[in-house]
Design a protein around this ligand. Sequence first.
Ligand SMILES: Cc1cc2nc3c(=O)[nH]c(=O)nc-3n(C[C@H](O)[C@H](O)[C@H](O)COP(=O)(O)OP(=O)(O)OC[C@H]3O[C@@H](n4cnc5c(N)ncnc54)[C@H](O)[C@@H]3O)c2cc1C
Ligand code: FES
Length: 284
Amino acid sequence: MFEIVRKQEVAPNVHETVLRAPAIAKKARPGQFVIVMVDEKSERVPYTLCDWDRQAGTITLVVQEVGQSSRKLVLLQAGDEVAHLVGPLGVPLEIERFGTVALAAGCYGLGAVLGIARAMKAAGNRVVTVVEADSHYLHYFRAELQAASDEMIQTTIDGSNGTKGHALDVIKRKLAGGEQLDRVIAVGCLFMMMLAGEATKPFGVKTLVALNPIMLDGTGMCGACRVSVGGQTQFACVDGPFFDAHEVDWEEIRDRRVAYSDEEIQAVARSAPVERRRGHGCVP
Ligand SMILES: Cc1cc2nc3c(=O)[nH]c(=O)nc-3n(C[C@H](O)[C@H](O)[C@H](O)COP(=O)(O)OP(=O)(O)OC[C@H]3O[C@@H](n4cnc5c(N)ncnc54)[C@H](O)[C@@H]3O)c2cc1C
Ligand code: FES
């Protein structure tokens, strides 16, 4: 069992969750993830390692509530335990001195890029972090991302904070304006990551995206997370999650991800009642 040592709702439906997991904290590297089973009968759900504290033996996940399994997890409070936690999984991101590294993040990606920003900066890169959200109140980890970046730009679709538009609009404008970006890394919803590839391809900037297909075992054995990259079959859990955005077969991954949508929607109706959420404070 793995204890939740801290938990707070950092934006509506987005929960920073700190778990005691010393063995995982010891080995965690930027870009890796864990698989969580809330209880013995739960789904196995992958979450990115946003942060870790080797001394305290803790790891930090940012969980966006989208369906039954993420809801089960966010209903837990500090002191509660999850049944299983496997990790660190996946190939760590290559951290080198590339020059200027631009990070584009949306949804749970704002948390997922935090460890990457810190590591890229520590390696001597100029780190430009561009975060997107529909509105200002959905931006979280502002101070942490600001501290980890040389430049941080916030965008909102409704224009209520920072630049109006998407993170990729900013990246595109920078490239079109002649700014040198040596590497772009995008983490967010599938559509946003696909756009990252489209935005940078004409400029020949290497662009990595963290693919989020359905995963089961996380060991490369079940085939659930199969993706096609550069015409080759890859397993996101053991060959990824980061892949070259210019090489991904986006249509295939989109089709495979919605394979169980009907069942997932039915499952939400069976999950815990929303009254249990009382007492969750939302941090402004
Ligand atoms: C390597 C990896 C790392 C991940 N890291 C994180 C993370 O750090 N934080 C996090 O919150 N999630 C992360 N995810 C996504 C997370 O695993 C899924 O959101 C999770 O499966 C949702 O399970 P559920 O049962 O709650 O929702 P489901 O019932 O599976 O889905 C409910 C609804 O949400 C939609 N949905 C499912 N997954 C996503 C998604 N990724 N983005 C947007 N909509 C989705 C479905 O289409 C469906 O309509 C990661 C996925 C992978 C593969
Ligand atoms: S999750 Fe089973 S092969 Fe990747």
